[in-house]
Design a protein around this ligand. Structure first.
Ligand code: SF4
Length: 392
């Protein structure tokens, strides 16, 4: 089956790398920048639904040789550990023997305990902790529904995972206030033995319709990235920053980057209720006046290859494709960016077939500029002038 070149779907190629499963939309805290509109719902994925997901995914022509299963889309640890024990066993029993499969959890850390740490260690799961830096920065946005800060609980998880020898990385959401003092943020990670961090930005996405980074903060963000790169560069081996590692990897290989969010079925997202989506995981559960929701099928009634022929999928896929084509034509960062994140294009501009967004300027353009400029500055002999003019 080929769904047609206008949607970019070729079922002959294994392309599915990331399966995002929403065990529950519920979150035990209430971050002010959260994009999820239904995070108060305590609904859960049943094991019967998970069983169907396994069948659909593992029989799919999109399946590649490796698959990461990311438990996300609410706070995953609000579902009991016993459920994940059964879920992991079910997935292990259903998966093709040749498939290399890893689990990943992104958690606010509040429910991490020794049992969870042992489970992460036993399953080799990748663990991401959401921590926005020192308490005043973190607690400004990451609060309980009663308005209490969550920093102390997240830091308990850091110590517990370290004590148990479980590797983890930190995801920090950068807000306007975080940009004020890069040295303080760097010191925070180093002081607490955090060796890997990824920077997200406060995004305009889904239920979050405003960002403290919008408007005139681009220069401030650029200064932050420049200084943070200098701090990382001067302390080799101390802190890995996901964005710098990606940019350096791109520069060293010069291979064009393909953003999997633009590739149909490279990422498949399944809601707790069995709704199937693809492209940006943030589209799952989102609503838009032009498209309605982004559930392109249901696990009970549709194989993944069927979803590729469904009219709503084809409409979205075509518009995303036009956006990528426009980026390829108009943007000098395209080889590094791959055409941006569809969800950010939609929620910032109202369309998928657009190009530049705040998200891509900050997370793509500024990062690449500053990594190149930083390398040139730190590697250049003292008497050589600054020659950097940006990517070709
Ligand atoms: S940086 Fe922005 S405009 Fe350029 S290719 Fe990426 S998404 Fe498109």
């Amino acid at each position: 089956m080929a769904a047609g070149s206008d949607t970019g779907v070729d079922t002959a190629t294994g392309r599915l790398r990331l399966l995002v499963l929403q065990p529950t939309p519920f979150c035990n805290i209430d971050c002010s920048y959260c994009y999820l509109s239904n995070r108060g719902s305590a609904a859960r994925m049943s094991l019967a639904t998970l069983d169907l997901v396994c069948r659909r995914v593992f029989e799919s022509p999109f399946l590649a040789g490796e698959l990461e299963v990311a438990w996300h889309g609410g706070e995953p640890l609000t579902v009991p550990l016993a459920w994940y024990e059964e879920a992991a066993a079910l997935i292990a029993a259903r998966r093709p023997a040749s498939l290399r499969l890893t689990h990943a959890f992104q958690t606010n850390g509040l429910l991490v305990n020794e049992d969870w740490a042992r489970f992460f260690g036993r399953t080799g799961a990748r663990v991401g902790l959401s921590i926005d830096g020192p308490a005043d920065l973190h607690d400004a946005k990451r609060r309980t529904r009663r308005g209490r800060g969550t920093h102390a609980g997240a830091m308990r998880a850091v110590r517990l995972l370290q004590d148990q020898g479980v590797a983890f990385h930190v995801i920090t959401v950068l807000t306007d206030r975080a940009l004020d003092d890069p040295d303080r943020l760097f010191d925070f990670y180093v002081r607490h033995g955090i060796s890997e961090v990824g920077f997200n930005i406060e995004e305009i996405e889904g239920a979050n319709t405003a960002s403290s980074l919008a408007g005139g903060n681009e220069a401030k963000y650029r200064d932050f990235i420049r200084r943070f790169f200098a701090l990382v560069w001067r302390s080799p081996g101390v802190l890995k920053v996901r964005e710098f590692e990606s940019a350096l990897g791109y520069l060293l290989s010069d291979e064009p980057v393909c953003d999997e969010q633009n590739e149909p079925f490279a990422i498949v997202s399944v809601s707790h209720a069995g709704d199937i989506s693809t492209f940006s995981p943030e589209l799952l559960g989102a609503h838009h006046p032009r498209f309605g929701d982004f559930a392109f099928g249901h696990i009970a009634g549709h194989a993944l290859a069927d979803v590729a022929t469904a009219a709503p999928f084809r409409t979205v896929s075509r518009e995303i494709r036009r956006g990528v084509d426009a980026c390829r034509r108009d943007c000098r960062y395209f080889r590094w960016c791959g055409g941006g994140a569809p969800a950010n294009k939609l929620f910032e501009t109202g369309r998928f077939d657009t190009t530049e967004t705040m998200h891509c300027r900050l997370t793509r353009q500024v990062v690449l500029d500053e990594v190149i400029a930083g390398m040139e500055a730190h590697m250049r002999p003292a008497n050589m002038p600054d020659a950097y003019v940006g990517p070709a």
